[in-house]
Design a protein around this ligand. Sequence first.
Ligand code: GLN
Length: 197
Amino acid sequence: APLIGVVSLQGGVSEHVAALQQCGARTRLVRRSEELGGLDGIVVPGGESSVLDKLSRAFGLAAPLKAAVAGGLPTLATCAGLLLLSDELTDAAPGQQTLQVLRVRARRNAFGRQLASFETSLSVKGVGEDVEAVFIRAPVIEQVGAGVEVIAQVDDRVVGVRQGAITALAFHPELTPDRRIHADFVSSVAAHLSLAA
Ligand code: GLN
């Protein structure tokens, strides 16, 4: 079974671990750079992106994580994880940095007060129709660069993209019983492995 790391600095870690295991993956919590070694894929969970940014730099994980993702390690990033990977943010916290491996500009907390948290179902390209999606103070992707494919939208707002081996979602697939997103990620990691073999 593929070994998938879950960045474990802050936020929705245990739900991603459970979802990945339900889809047949082995998992490893990742806090330090050594724990990136030997992984077949990685998940960057949601939480609070400015905290993720600070902790990842404090733990010395930011630069090696950037290198791993930029080097083609299959990656699933959700919500604050998406923000951490982005090239550029709108409404960043003071001093907030990003890893700049995903060629998008993302806006933090983009749905406003009324819609701060909501649940909907949406179509995710390559995954299926009516995928359950929980949004919590979610970002939207305001602009996509070259080689970035839009895979999910709410009305006309972009909430999911794919760039090479990176899948980035503004919502939380780990918070619903719908396992199709994780199943698709685990099988794409397995396919990537057998290609490399
Ligand atoms: N609003 C959060 C941020 O800026 C993201 C919320 C989430 O991950 N659910 O990081």
